[in-house]
Design a protein around this ligand. Structure first.
Ligand SMILES: [Mn+2]
Length: 320
């Protein structure tokens, strides 16, 4: 176990820009035997071979770690997730360039090590195809999970450009495989021009719940979250956040941007409340394409804060 804060111990904190690059300055290990006693593990999934538009999310995990802020109290929630939870950075899954099948297997195995040690994995993508190994690892251990999915797109294509394993298909594949319970699956933020009637017909047949971006606008995010919690109910849940759910004004660095999306404030508060009210067994934050270093990258910065809100929500839940 490496503690990046060690050399700054007498000051109680480390400057963000110095020392080993881990999430929020969390201790780092790649040894699953050392996960015992921790609550949360951050796992990087730096792979983007399966995108339909812009590549570059392979640089996401490093950028999100570089943008991550050190421990400290959340001024609204009045809790410091890093003080309440034992958080470890478990490094990146051993992905391979141009070999998405082996990369997915590596992600599923690494997330599986975290789950087998009794921790909650929070995965930093990567393109959204990584949700398939992330959620499969959870479903293998917990049975079919509920899913809260923030996204512009449904990602429930049967295929995209004739390709069945893609960042546009993971949720279709997970439902068909029985790994996501469609009755406990809620999508939030849909808008734009994809998918088509066929995909929505399949979703309706399965009983999947969708809140469009215009529903968030008309109902307000608080009401959408309230209805989401009611729909998902008790039992294990995975939270999957595609940053393209945000308006590109808030998150310009992403693979398939679509104007007219949520604000950062709406998404951040929603993530915290969902993590507080639902039984999260895992989460991922995906589709970040960084273009700058550290907190200079707006999309990596908001991705870090998404993770931080999820951690804060989990901390509040455990306190109760
Ligand atoms: Mn997506």
């Amino acid at each position: 176990m490496i503690d990046p804060l060690e050399r700054w111990r007498e000051y109680g904190e480390k400057p963000d820009y110095a020392g080993l690059l881990t999430f929020g300055g969390a201790p780092y290990t790649q040894d699953p035997d050392l996960l015992d006693g921790f609550d949360i593990a951050i796992v990087g999934a730096p792979t983007d071979d399966l995108v339909s538009d812009r590549p570059g999310t392979r640089f996401g995990p490093r950028a999100i770690r570089a943008a991550s802020c050190p421990p400290g109290p959340h001024l609204e929630a009045k809790v410091d997730a890093f003080a309440e939870l034992k958080i470890v950075d478990f490094g990146d899954a051993p992905v391979l360039p141009a070999d998405p099948a082996r990369s997915h297997a590596a992600i599923e195995a690494t997330v599986g090590q975290v789950l087998d040690a009794g921790l909650i994995p929070i995965v930093l993508g990567g393109d959204h195809s990584v949700a398939e190994p992330d959620i499969r690892a959870c479903a293998t251990r917990h049975g079919a999970v509920g899913l809260v999915h923030f996204d512009t797109h449904t990602d429930t294509g049967r295929e995209v450009f004739g390709v069945e394993i893609s960042h546009g298909t993971p949720m279709f594949r997970l439902v068909e495989a029985g790994q996501v319970d469609p009755g406990r699956y809620v999508q939030i933020g849909l808008r734009g021009y994809w998918p088509s009637e066929a995909e929505f017909a399949w979703q309706a047949e399965r009983g999947i719940t969708s809140f469009f971006a215009h529903d968030v606008r008309d109902l307000g995010i608080e009401e959408v979250v309230r209805r989401t919690v009611a729909q998902v109910g008790d039992g294990p849940v995975f939270l999957s956040v595609d940053v393209d759910v945000l308006d590109p004004a808030f998150a310009p660095g992403t693979g398939t941007p679509e104007p007219g999306g949520l604000s950062s404030a709406e998404l951040l508060g929603a993530c915290r409340r969902l993590a507080q009210e639902l039984e999260l067994v895992g989460a991922d934050v995906v589709e970040v394409i960084p273009t700058a270093v550290g907190s200079a990258d707006i999309t990596a910065l908001v991705a870090d804060r998404i993770v931080r809100e999820i951690l804060t929500g989990i901390a509040l839940r455990r306190r109760a």
